[in-house]
Design a protein around this ligand. Structure first.
Ligand code: PCA
Length: 349
C-alpha cells in the first residue's frame, strides 16, 4: 500500500524518504487504519444480527423478566453476534398477531400466548382445557407431551420453537362472590382466547376478547366486569381498582412460547445456533421456577389491595368441571391423531 506525496508526487511506502514526507506518512497510516476497520466490520466472522422480539406483557411481568434475561444471555453467549431487543406490552405487535409476524419474518422473534393459535391448529390449545392439568407439575408434563407435536407444526409454519413458560393457574375475577355457573349468567366477560370465550358461552355471559395490554382500560370503562386469568395478570392490570373477588378455581395452566423465524435461525452458524438453544433451555428452566414463585406472591399482592380470595364452592367447581369435560370431548374430536398422541403420552407420565 503506497500513496503519492502531495508535493513531489513521489510514491511513499512505509519509511519516510526525507523531511517533507512526514505528513504523507501520517496520511498513509490513517488510511491504513480506516481500511482495517472497514474490513473488520465486513468480515462475516463478526457479523451482527439485531433482532426484534415482539412480546405481549408488561415490563414487570415475570415472563418479560425471563425474556430480558434471555436476551442478555444470548448476546453474551454469542459474543454479541445476536442482539435482541425486547418490545414488551404489545408495542410492536399485539398478542394475536405475533405468531404470524414471526412466521412471515416481520419480527425475527416473538413471545406467543400458545392457546390463541388454536384456530391454526387445535394442538396449541391443549393447555387451556379446563381441569386437564391444573398445577405446575402436571402442566410441565403436559408440555413435555405437547412439545414434539408443537415443534413439528411450527416448523411447517416457518418458525422454530425456543422455549415455553407457564402462567400461574387460572381463576375467576368478578365484582361479587360467584357460587355457581348460574351466578355467571349475564356477566360482561373478558376473554383472551377461544377457550375463555367458550366458557362465557356455556354460562350465558357476554364475552369480549381483549388482550392483557388493554385490560385495565376495559375494566375502567366498564366494558367488562369479570374474567378468567392468573394472579399475575390481576396484578399487572391493578384489578383491585374495579373488581373485588378472585376465585381460585385453578382450571388450567396456559403457556407463553418464544419462537424464532426458521430462516433467520437456519442462517446462523452451528455454534451460534447451539448457543441460542442453550440460552433458551436455561430461560425455560428459570422461567418456570420464577412463575411458580410468583403464584403465591401475586395472590398476596391482590390480598394486600383488599381483594377477597375465594376458595370456590363445590357447586361452582362442579359446574366448571362439567363445562371442562365437554370442552375436552370437543377438542379430542378436532385435534385428531395429534391430539390423541398428546393425551396418551401425558396420561402415561
Ligand atoms: N394471563 C394472560 C393469559 C393467561 C394469564 O394468566 C391474560 O390474561 O391475558
Amino acid at each position: 500500500f503506497s500513496i503519492a506525496c502531495q508535493r513531489c508526487y513521489q510514491r511513499i511506502y512505509a519509511l519516510p524518504i526525507d523531511g517533507h514526507h512526514e505528513d504523507t506518512m501520517k496520511r498513509r497510516l490513517l488510511l491504513l487504519s480506516a481500511a482495517a476497520a472497514l474490513s473488520l466490520a465486513n468480515a462475516p466472522a463478526v457479523a451482527q444480527s439485531n433482532w426484534n422480539l415482539a412480546a405481549g406483557y408488561p415490563i414487570g411481568n415475570p415472563h418479560t423478566v425471563t425474556l430480558n434475561q434471555f436476551a442478555k444471555d444470548v448476546e453474551f453467549a454469542t459474543n454479541g453476534k445476536i442482539k435482541i431487543t425486547v418490545h414488551a406490552n404489545g408495542s410492536l405487535f399485539k398478542v394475536p398477531e405475533i405468531a404470524r409476524a414471526v412466521e412471515s419474518g416481520q419480527a425475527q422473534m416473538g413471545e406467543v400466548l400458545m392457546s390463541v393459535m388454536v384456530n391454526q391448529n387445535p394442538v396449541f390449545g391443549v393447555d387451556s382445557l379446563p381441569f386437564l392439568a391444573t398445577g405446575f407439575d402436571d402442566a410441565y408434563k403436559l408440555w413435555q407431551a405437547q412439545k414434539p407435536v408443537a415443534d413439528r407444526l411450527l416448523a411447517k409454519r416457518g418458525a422454530k420453537l425456543l422455549y415455553a413458560v407457564a402462567w400461574p393457574p387460572q381463576g375467576i375475577y368478578a365484582k361479587k362472590e360467584l357460587r355457581s355457573a348460574a351466578d355467571m349468567k349475564g356477566l360482561k366477560w373478558r376473554a383472551y382466547n377461544p377457550a375463555t370465550s367458550k366458557i362465557a358461552q356455556a354460562v350465558g355471559a357476554q364475552s369480549l376478547t381483549i388482550q392483557a395490554a388493554e385490560l385495565s382500560q376495559a375494566l375502567a370503562t366498564g366494558a367488562v366486569d369479570s374474567f378468567m386469568s392468573s394472579g399475575a395478570t390481576g396484578v399487572d392490570s391493578k384489578v383491585w381498582e374495579t373488581l373485588t373477588h378472585f376465585h381460585t378455581v385453578n382450571a388450567w395452566v396456559p403457556k407463553n412460547m418464544v419462537i424464532v423465524n426458521l430462516r433467520d435461525f437456519e442462517k446462523l452458524d452451528k455454534p451460534t445456533q447451539e448457543a441460542l438453544l442453550k440460552a433458551a433451555a436455561d430461560a425455560e428452566r428459570k422461567g418456570w421456577e420464577r412463575m411458580r414463585g410468583y403464584t403465591d406472591e401475586s395472590l398476596g399482592i391482590l390480598q394486600k389491595n383488599k381483594m377477597t380470595i375465594v376458595k370456590p364452592s363445590p357447586q361452582l367447581m362442579g359446574d366448571m368441571k362439567k363445562i371442562g369435560d365437554e370442552m375436552l370431548g370437543d377438542w379430542l374430536k378436532q385435534a385428531g391423531g395429534d391430539g390423541k398422541e398428546i393425551i396418551d403420552v401425558y396420561r402415561k407420565k
